[in-house]
Design a protein around this ligand. Structure first.
Ligand SMILES: Cc1cc2nc3c(=O)[nH]c(=O)nc-3n(C[C@H](O)[C@H](O)[C@H](O)COP(=O)(O)OP(=O)(O)OC[C@H]3O[C@@H](n4cnc5c(N)ncnc54)[C@H](O)[C@@H]3O)c2cc1C
Length: 292
């Protein structure tokens, strides 16, 4: 898959739509916060989001800069403390924040830029790419990423090659990509393809860790094969903890016969198309098939 196609997937992933609710705004949901259109590169996306972030009510409160582990204006280096294979081409990678009690202060949903060491101890090498942390935005001490390595990619294979306990990564950010506000909608439909699930994970953390947030979620996940499906265990545990408030439907280009046993009937062949959206209740008053 080329870079443009990957960026399109991330744009698709950022497309969330209200399913129902008296104040339903349909496609206007997250208007102005979704990944930018018409930009030429992911760096352009980030520049636009920077502007958005400074005005956003979810941005970190104005406390002394020293209490924030990251800065959108300067690079800071963090030790890589864990790196583990997740699927055949993805790894989970954790960096340690300055202390176990350091709060990441990530507005939901935001990404950061990652870069590698250079010959200078005070600055990274010039190549950087945006990645979306998947650890809870409120969990202190660590920041976790889910990173796919592209065979001929400039940065991702080099991130995979880093050694935990020895190497570090440089981080700049956070940059808000779209703003999640609790209880803004009764129900949300999320579409995620491949690693495009990472911003949805941030929203799911925010929704299901807040006892005052009553939002329901239908998550449609697109992948090529069962081996490509990401964070299945985590999704399983979330489903078990929140029956009735979370539904996950997997769409696979190559659906094996019989389909995977986990998640019962939630595996479907093909892409997230109009039929999939209709089945999930998109655009229909009252939500998905069968309601809740
Ligand atoms: C907001 C945002 C958040 C993101 N979050 C994540 C995340 O959480 N996890 C994650 O894994 N990724 C994420 N990404 C994607 C990530 O930023 C990188 O794009 C990805 O890791 C690839 O970078 P790379 O330098 O390895 O590959 P690149 O060098 O950028 O290349 C990507 C692919 O395109 C191919 N390619 C490059 N140039 C050409 C060309 N001229 N013609 C044809 N093919 C070409 C390469 O072979 C490779 O397969 C995110 C992207 C955005 C915009």
């Amino acid at each position: 898959m080329n870079h443009t196609a990957h960026r399109r997937l991330h744009r698709l992933a950022a497309c969330c739509q209200s399913l129902r609710g008296s104040h339903c705004q349909g496609a206007d949901f997250f208007k102005g916060r979704s990944l930018s259109t018409g930009s030429k590169s992911s760096t352009d996306d980030i520049t636009i989001s920077k502007t958005t972030q400074t005005k956003d009510p979810l941005s970190p409160p104005p406390t002394p800069a020293a209490s924030f582990p990251f800065s959108p204006n300067e690079w800071r280096r963090f030790p890589l403390v864990a790196s583990a294979d997740h699927t055949h081409d993805t790894k989970t990678m954790d960096v340690a924040l300055p202390s176990p009690s350091t709060h990441p202060n990530l507005p939901v949903a935001s990404c950061v830029l990652l870069a590698l060491d250079s010959s200078s101890p005070t600055s990274p090498s010039p190549l950087s790419r945006p990645y979306t942390p998947i650890s809870s935005p409120t969990a202190p001490g660590r920041l976790s990423f889910l990173i796919k390595a592209y065979r001929d990619g400039a940065l991702s294979p080099r991130l995979h090659a880093l050694q935990a306990g020895k190497d570090g990564v440089w981080i700049k950010g956070p940059f808000l990509k779209f703003k999640y506000s609790k209880n803004q909608f009764k129900s949300i439909l999320m579409l995620a393809a491949g690693t495009g699930i990472t911003p949805m994970v941030q929203c799911l953390h925010a929704i299901f860790s807040d006892p005052e947030d009553h939002t329901s979620v239908t998550l449609l996940v697109a992948n090529r094969s069962p081996e490509d499906v990401l964070l299945l265990d985590w999704l399983d545990s979330l489903l078990a903890q929140h029956p009735g408030r979370l539904e996950v439907r997997h769409y696979l280009e190559r659906l094996p016969s019989p389909p995977p046993s986990r998640h019962g009937p939630s595996w479907h062949a093909g892409f997230i198309d109009e039929g999939a959206l209709r089945a999930a209740g998109a655009g229909r008053e009252g939500g998905r098939e069968g309601g809740r």
